[in-house]
Structure formats: structure tokens, C-alpha cells
Design a protein around this ligand. Sequence first.
Ligand code: HEM
Length: 520
Amino acid sequence: QFRREIPKGLRQLPSPNAFPIIGNLLELGSKPYLSLTEMSKRFGDVFQIQIGMRPVVVLSGYETVKQALTKQGDDFAGRPDLYSFRFINDGKSLAFSTDQAGIWRARRKLAYSALRSFSSLDGKLPEYSCVLEEHICKESEHLIKELQNVMRAEGKFDPFRYIVVSVANVICGMCFGRRYDHHDQELLSLVNLAEDFVQVAGSGNPADFIPAMQYLPNKSMKKFVNLNNRFNNFVQKIVTEHYTTFDKDNIRDITDSLIDHCEDRKLDENSNIQMSDEKIVGIVNDLFGAGFDTISTGLSWAVMYLVSYPEVEERLFQEIKEQIGLDRTPTLADRNNLPLLESFILELFRHSSYLPFTIPHCSTKDTSLNGYFIPKDTCVFINQWQINHDPCETLRDKENHNPNKSGFIRIKPKFLLMLPFRGLWKDPSSFIPDRFLNDDGTEVNKLEGEKVLIFGLGRRRCIGEVIARNEVFLFLAIIIQKLHFYKLPGEPVDMTPEYGLTMKHKRCYLGVSMRAKDDQ
Ligand code: HEM
């Protein structure tokens, strides 16, 4: 692949020098989103590194990533065949497997429609606009009670420990029609596996790129195989129960609707995509897995930002008090009326960039990007962190550093210093929710919001995005209305992310109290 002849008119990808056998592994280090962001300053939006013996193309810059994933979407819609991905959902994952385009598209469509219909169904009680809202409101109530209990008993709480159960219950409700108690050991031990999962599944895991490492004793890989088996067994047990109680006239949840689809497909002789029942029902495994870790990690980060920026927490509370009041619970319909909360969420996504890379992509044919040749089957990393921290700089700065960046316009030298370049953010390392508000603070600037990249773009864009944005919003609106979070003396709060597919903050203990009457 390395030595392929470059077609006429195209250039060879720029790349740093690589060591034999390990390639650029050492330069990647323990925070690849930072080292690859640094490299993008030297090599531009499209460059190639080598991890082990395998070339990997790294994409940065909003315009370049948009070009690759949307305008040339089909060229970059594949997934690479990575060692660790073979263990996820028994190698049959919708998100991680190397399914052919036709099969992947059919499964994605099925997953999307099941998810959409089971989140927007009417709630059981008339006060809820949809099932999603009902689940979130009820789970928030349980969460608030649990936090009060643990504060009474221990005087402190670990935010991730409680949030993850609440969020898992929302997706369990939709996928399996059930919820678990906050102290259910089976669920707790399962959701706690997420930390080990994301560490191995993050972009740049050496075992995925250096075949020899697959045969050496590797503790985290062993854990990974084990935890995937446990996860699959958990879901499989529930699926088997669903098969035995299945009733075509009473489709209870996403699992039932997928089983029903298998039945329908058997009747449908015109169906041209052949998929096993396992591949259809296995979709629920992806939805459950993707649906709890991503959102709970985001909410846990949100609580960390609330305790680190108490003045922002106070303003968020005041906004809710003024717009909604304190007598009724917030609903999804309140989303447009809470611009500061919406901006807080956007800034939380941008600043933490807790999904620093998308899941790795793969080129599906020989193609080119920004004039560089990219052969078929090349693994591609999309650096979302870089886009979310890309500073506004002057054209001259950029020209000096980086002649191959996207959006480069050459104009007369006297104007060079004054024009903002491709960069997106002023002071990107500061946490400033107000950057997304218009001048009088009454509306979110939608265009600014769209520049935040955390759900990917184009063909492989996250299918849970709408649910996720609604869920993060409503959980936060409800808990900020009812609770006040704070740091505890002697309990360190460390916001340094731990690298992985989703990045987590260090586990810590915080304090929380109910908003007192005089707050109100
Ligand atoms: C894929 C982010 C919540 C289901 C992805 C990708 C990202 C992402 C970055 C990969 C995109 C790519 O490879 O280019 C997030 C974030 C979430 C979230 C930040 C929460 C804040 C959810 C939820 C679900 C979900 C709630 C479902 C219940 C999926 C699936 C894929 C995916 C099935 C694979 C799509 C494919 O490969 O075609 N998500 N996600 N996600 N997400 Fe999400």
C-alpha cells in the first residue's frame, strides 16, 4: 500500500519519518488527539502516519473533514478491519464491523427507524410528550432520590457511578422495556465495564496495528475480550426471553420490533439484502452499548464543569427559574427557551471533546483529498478534538506554519495580517459557554453550534444524535433545577481526560444538595 504509484496530477501524502516496525507509535504517545493535532500544524489537514507497519491517514480541519465525510462520503464510509473490533458484538457490530456497504446501510436504516419510533412513541401518561421524555423524567426523579440518600449516608457521591445507571435505564427502557435498581449488581458490574472497553477501542491501540502484539500477553486486551463476552451474554439473555414471550400484536420495545422485522423479511420474497436474524437482532446490542456510555460520560463531564464554574451553574439555575419556574419539571419543549443551557452543552461538547476521534474510517476505493492520493482500504482517523480546538489565527501565521491547510486564499500581502484564517475558535482552551450566544444572550447562534464536532459527519454520523442531544438537555435541565453541586474540601477534582474512544475524567467525589427554599 505504501509503495503504490501515485496517479498523475495527485501528490503523495506528507508524513513524518517513521521507525521500522513501530512506525510513529512513540510519537502518538498516550494522548494521540494532542500529538496528532500538533502534527497537523506541521503537515496540514491531510497527512499520513504509520502505526506499526500500517499507514493511517489523519484528517483535521473542519472543511477538509466535511469534504471527506459528506461530499466524498461514500469514499470514506468504510470501517477498517482492526483486531479489537472483531470481538465487539461477536464481530457483527453495526458500528465497528467491516460489513459490506449494502448490509451496513440496511442495518443502519433498521436501527435508525427502530430508535426513532421507540423514542417518539406516546408516553404511557398524558403529561409526557413521548416515551423518551417519560423515561428521562422518571429516571431523573430516581437519580435525585439516590443522590439525597448517598449524601445522607456518606456525605459525598461519585457522579459517574449514579449517572451511568440512570442513563442506562433510559436506553434499557427503549431497547428491552425494563429498568434496573441503582444497586442492581448485574447492571452495575456491566456498566462499569465501559471504562475498560473505551480504552481498547480508542483510535491508535497498538494491538490493532502491530500483529505481533496480538500474540503477546496483553492484560487490557484479555479484559476487552472478556468484557465483550459478558456484554453479549447479558444482551443475549434478554433477547432469548423476548423470543419466548414475543407477540406480533404487541410489540413492546426495540428488541421486539427487530424480531418482528426478521419475521416480516421471511415473508418478503423481494427483499434483496440477505441478512441473518442474528445480524438483525444483534443491532440492539449496538444501540444499548452506544446509548449508555456516550451520554453518561457527557453528563458526568457536565457535572464536573458545574462544580468547576459555580458562577455558570448559578446563571443556569436562574435561567431555568425565570423561563420555567420551580413548580413544574422541565420538558423537551423547553429546549428553545433555555439558550444558556443549550450553549453550556455545546461548550461542554467542544471543550471536553470527550469523543476525540470518531470510530476509525476506511477508504472504500482509491480516492483523493485536497490533491493527495489515498489508496483503497486505508485506515482514516478523524481528529474531532483538533476541529473543536482550532484557534482563529491570522492568515500570515498560517502561511508561515502550514501551507497546505484547507481554505487557503492568497491575497495581497498588506491584507494578510488582518484576515482571520480557517481556524474556528477564539481562545479555544477556555471554557466559555457564552461564545455560542448572540449579543443580547437570548438565542443560540446555530452556525457557531454546528462547528462543534462530536457526533461525526456524513454517512457514518451518529444515529443517536437527536436522542442524545435531547437526553443531555433534559437530564441537565431537571437536575440543575433541583440540585446544587459543589466541590468538597480535601476531595480533588481532576479534569484531565483519560484517553479512549470516549474520554473520562478521573473518578472523584463531589457534594450535592437540594436547592433550598431561599434559593428559590
Ligand atoms: C456512531 C458520538 C450517542 C448510536 C457514533 C460516532 C460518534 C458518535 C462520534 C462515530 C461516527 C463516525 O464514525 O464517523 C456519539 C455521542 C453521543 C452518542 C457524542 C452522546 C452524546 C448515541 C446514542 C446512540 C448512538 C444514544 C443510540 C442509542 C450510534 C451508532 C453508531 C454511532 C449505532 C454507528 C453508526 C455507523 O457506524 O453507521 N456516535 N453518539 N450514539 N452512534 Fe453515537
